[in-house]
Design a protein around this ligand. Sequence first.
Ligand SMILES: Cc1cc2nc3c(=O)[nH]c(=O)nc-3n(C[C@H](O)[C@H](O)[C@H](O)COP(=O)(O)O)c2cc1C
Length: 202
Amino acid sequence: MAKKELKLRAVVAPTETVIVSAYDEERKADACTLAFYMVSSHVPPCVTIAINATQRRKTLQSILKSKAFVLGFPSVDQVKETDYLGVESGYNTDKLKNIGFTVSDAKMVYAPIVNELLLSLECKVVHTVTIGSHMQITGEVKNILADENILDENGRILLNRLQPIIYDEEQGEYMTLGDKVADAFKTGIEVKKLLDRSTGHA
Ligand SMILES: Cc1cc2nc3c(=O)[nH]c(=O)nc-3n(C[C@H](O)[C@H](O)[C@H](O)COP(=O)(O)O)c2cc1C
């Protein structure tokens, strides 16, 4: 198979597009769209976001001052609002109001929850580090608020109900989630069992 060397860049795997919201110094809520988001710890539950610190980002300043943020997960029918929050700055206008989104106080941290989003993680800032252009901010998840309609009978989130917006940075496009292809952890264990049997490790 022929391979080609690519222009140097941080090639981004498709990510779930998120909306991060925070209060500024005057308790005004702002939010911006992020693609750079990851789960960074299970115990305690932590997520890490990366915000460009070389450019003016109001949400970054608000998070650093308030030491808290809410990570909200928009659904595909909110793609226009989501993209708008990523192309306009809270320094210029009241983005949330313009787009018709409303906010409530988060229960466990000092940050605004965007009511229209089906899933929100309330996060307290526990660590920051700057690598190159971006500041990585790790937040410990202090509370999770989910719309009942996206949960199964065990309270687990059903991604096909949440309908997250998948962002493809390579093509600059938003996509929907694809179909299930296999069971995680079980599929690999089946392969391991077969290989162990053939190599006599079992
Ligand atoms: C799809 C998408 C993904 C984005 N991801 C990030 C990101 O991960 N980090 C970042 O610093 N900015 C990201 N942005 C840009 C910010 O959302 C944008 O600069 C926003 O206007 C900042 O608003 P603020 O000044 O109100 O904070 C993204 C924008 C879009 C449309």
